[in-house]
Design a protein around this ligand. Sequence first.
Ligand SMILES: [Zn+2]
Length: 242
Amino acid sequence: MPPPSQPAAFVERVLCVLAHPDDVDFGSAGTIAGWTNAGTDVTYCIVTDGDAGGFDETPREQMPVLRRAEQRAAAAEVGVSDVRFLGYPDGRLELTLDLRRDISRVIRQVRPQRVLTSSPERFWDRIGASHPDHMTVGETTLRAVYPDARNPFAFPELLDDEGLEAWTVSEVWLGASPRADHVVDVTDTVPQKFAALRSHVTQVSHNPDLETFVTAWMADTAQRFGLPEGRLAEAFHVVHTA
Ligand SMILES: [Zn+2]
């Protein structure tokens, strides 16, 4: 296999498309903090409100409101202020033309050079990473990147009714991928990542070991990619889509 070509050193705009509030923070918040600290504008598009998540007696109808607020607070910890929600039902996502259109709309609005999403591939060694909603969002986002968002004749209502011009995304970064090929040293932004994770109170407040297990996970990633002892990392499969 040829060595993968490197992603761009700097991009102006990044769009992160994830299924649930907190998905972006577990796998990618350290990387995102590095981008915003360098001056990149990052937008989050969260497809569901995570209304099937949580662990306590919180009334279910309050969950979407709470989880949107938690995701906005988490975003602020890593320098992200533009957080959009598509409001699809948690746990029941399917790959539909409606979802392709809705993600294509956000791509054309934001015009990102880089999109971060979850892997559409099942991770056989770590089945919990492959929630069906995650794989659905990954596959749908890739279909929106190519061909929908760049094809002016795909979903013509986006151009005709909303004036959204076609847009070509150059890179897609896939999280929780069984074929991760790009490592990001996040040691310096880990405090921001933990602040973001702690913002998801309905999800993590029952887990006193959260930082221990996330740290072990990032140390393992760093070691796997040959980073020096004591470093922490997040890893992605980078796909060149220009
Ligand atoms: Zn999730």
